[in-house]
Ligand binder design. Structure first.
Ligand SMILES: [Ca+2]
Ligand SMILES: [Ca+2]
Length: 132
């Protein structure tokens, strides 16, 4: 038990070091897949935001696969009602496109989270990633 506690303490210390380092480097930030509006929650709002970004791109191009770099380059076009959007967080399966699969993935995470069966969720929602 003592060993276990020590391992946790070491882990926490390491995490503190990592977050401290990124703070001083002032390079970028950590975000979570699925939390597109960056409010700390992954819920129906994020799903709605993703769906409206896809629909916007589709109305402009006829294509329902919004490339992440387009969304990053023009957040005001694809996320007009979101103060601090994180477009990269919308591509939950990390295939380079924001599309229905990602919206469904966010819904799946949200539903499983609400039902208390998050252990059955197998996607990337909730996983931290770094934006330089
Ligand atoms: Ca959110
Ligand atoms: Ca995707």
């Amino acid at each position: 038990m003592k060993k276990f506690t020590r391992a946790i303490a070491a882990g926490l210390a390491a995490m503190t070091l990592i977050s401290g380092a990124s703070l001083y480097a002032d390079a970028g930030s950590y975000y979570r897949y699925g939390d597109v509006n960056n409010d700390g929650l992954i819920n129906i709002s994020d799903c709605t935001i993703v769906n409206s970004a896809i629909s916007k791109f589709s109305s402009l191009t006829g294509d329902s696969n919004l490339p992440v770099e387009y969304a990053v380059a023009r957040p005001a076009v694809y996320f007009p009602d979101v103060d601090t959007p994180v477009p990269q967080a919308a591509d939950t399966n990390q295939d380079g496109y924001i599309n229905q699969q990602d919206a469904d993935d966010i819904m799946s995470y949200y539903a499983k989270s609400g039902a208390g069966v998050l252990d059955q969720y197998t996607g990337n929602c909730g996983v931290y990633f770094y934006v330089p």
